[in-house]
Structures are given as C-alpha cells and as structure tokens.
Design a protein around this ligand. Structure first.
Ligand SMILES: [Zn+2]
Length: 211
C-alpha cells in the first residue's frame, strides 16, 4: 500500500535521508515532513519521496554516529524489470522480493520455487513434477541450457526451504536468496523479455532495411 504525503514541510532534525524509494524506485534525498525523534544517537522520523509523481512515505531509523540508515518502512526491494512478465509469474516473484526485503529468506526461497511453477504453467510445460516440467520447459522455449540447469538448483533450494531437513543447501540465508533472485531475474528476461527487446530494435530500422 502506498501512502502519499502531500502536506507542507515542517521542522526536522536536518538528517539527510538519501536512498532508493521503495515505492517508485528512484534515488533521492527524501523530504522532511515533521519533527524527528532523537534517542541517544538514534533518530526516528518520517520523510517523503522527492518525486512529485510519487510522494510515497518512508519511516526511517538512522544511526547518527555511523551515518547509516538502520531500517526503513517500507523496506527497499531489489529492483527488476516487470515488462511483459505474465501476471501470475509477476505477482509470485514480487512476493519473493518482498519476503527478501523483510529478511524472510526461507519464505522467499519458497516463492522463488513457486515462480518457476508459474513460469512452467504459463508456458504450458508438462510433467509429473517440477523437475520434469522444467525439462519440458527447456525443450519448449529458447533459453540457454545454463539457465535451465540453474532453475533445477532453485527448485532444490525451494524444496529445502519448505522442509525441516535440508538435503542440498547447507543454509538458506540472505546470500543464497539474493543469488537466487538475481538468477530468477535472468530467467524472466530470457522467457519474457528478449523477444520484446528484439522487436523494439527491429522497429527502429528503416522499412527498406528489411531483407
Ligand atoms: Zn518514490
């Protein structure tokens, strides 16, 4: 949910909060809207995105000594290109990203696995389980074989995340999930975005340049 703050600026502690907006994705120095609260060297406050099309709200906790933002709410999410991605795939992957942003790594790994399930369903890949459906997907679409192999790894990570005993991965933490999200972004590009990128490039050519 996006809360837009359109009120006037008021006095604040002058703490500069420069970050990527979790609502619109732009980087900026957030505008102050009210008094900050300072407790020892920790500052709490509210800012709004400087992008006037957004004006999204941001709560922050800031360490004055180290100059670091400790947390924000909403938390920042890993950016990715949403273009052309099938709706169910997109919703599932967004949930994986939201889980990661809130440090729920096992939940994120499960949603990444579900993203693969949704891709298979969208591309009508068949098979008795996800392992077989991914093999079928590899035969149905043009995709580097490394990505299909990587999808099998993500499937195993999701399996581990959903069970009490891990079989394949020693841990499912921030690092594992961040690599998995980066990898899934590449898969989404290959499945949904290469083609439209090529179409865009072709549309820029002069008509007579077509052979
Ligand atoms: Zn914004």
């Amino acid at each position: 949910m996006i809360f837009k703050l359109t009120g006037n600026s008021q006095e604040s502690s002058g703490t500069r909060i420069s970050t990527r907006c979790p609502h619109c994705g732009h980087n900026g120095t957030f505008e102050s809207l009210g008094k900050d609260i300072q407790n020892n060297n920790i500052i709490f406050g509210i800012r709004r995105c400087p992008n006037e099309k957004c004006f999204g709200h941001l709560f922050f906790v800031y360490n004055k000594l180290t100059g670091e933002i400790i947390i924000t709410h909403p938390s920042d999410t890993i950016p990715f290109n949403k273009e052309n991605i099938a709706e169910n795939v997109l919703n599932t992957f967004q949930e994986a990203i939201t889980c990661h942003a809130n440090n729920c790594f096992a939940a994120s790994a499960i949603m990444i696995r579900k993203t693969l399930e949704e891709i298979c369903k969208d591309r009508e890949a068949t098979g008795k389980n996800l392992c077989n459906r991914l093999q079928d997907l590899g035969a149905k679409i043009v995709i580097p074989k490394e990505l299909i192999e990587g999808m099998q790894e993500l499937r195993l990570l999701g399996n581990d995340a959903a069970h009490i005993e891990s079989n394949t991965f020693s841990e499912i933490g921030k690092k594992e999930v961040e690599i998995s999200i980066e990898f899934t972004k590449e898969i989404l590009k290959a499945v949904y975005q290469y083609e439209s990128l090529l179409e865009k490039l072709s549309s820029l050519k002069k008509p007579e340049a077509d052979e």
